[in-house]
Design a protein around this ligand. Structure first.
Ligand SMILES: [Zn+2]
Length: 156
């Protein structure tokens, strides 16, 4: 899936939740080092290695903290991805709307053209727009001229 592929290469090292081996998963939400360990975990061996002996109390604390950080990191990543997907859907919707507006508008223009009102309406929109653009350009030039003359004034 595209979502899984996107996450590849972004994962950071973590202990396997089944056997405790430190590994870097292919996916950001990978929790176990192998398919065998994934099965072990699903059978109830989640974090069992921590108390199975072989780890000092200090190491156990370190691993627990590490697992907590991974959980928080995965959750944050998923929240971020969900927001990204939502934004993408929104952008797609806007693009579709723009296309629909253009199509509907064009059809309306064709109707106007057929009715003979085309020149009056399209012409007046053009004139209004042109006046607006001319005003913006004029103001822009004025502002630029003012800053330029300020810059050219000698200091003191
Ligand atoms: Zn493992």
């Amino acid at each position: 899936m595209a979502r899984g592929k996107r996450a590849r290469g972004w994962a950071w090292p973590r202990p396997c939740r089944a056997c405790g081996l430190i590994f870097t998963p292919a996916r950001i939400d990978g929790l176990t080092c192998s398919s065998r360990c994934r099965q072990r975990r699903h059978r109830g061996d989640d974090l069992a290695y921590l108390t199975a002996g072989g780890l000092t109390a200090k190491e156990q604390r370190k691993h627990r903290k590490w697992h907590d950080e991974v959980t928080v990191g995965i959750r944050a990543y998923k929240v971020e991805m969900a927001a990204m997907m939502k934004q993408r859907d929104l952008n797609r919707q806007r693009r579709q709307e723009r296309r629909a507006i253009e199509t509907v508008g064009r059809a309306a223009l064709e109707k106007l053209r057929a009715s003979g009102d085309y020149e009056t309406i399209v012409g007046s929109i053009g004139e209004h727009k042109a006046r607006k653009i001319a005003k913006v350009i004029e103001e822009g030039l004025k502002a630029r001229h003012q800053t330029k003359s300020k810059e050219q004034k000698p200091a003191g």
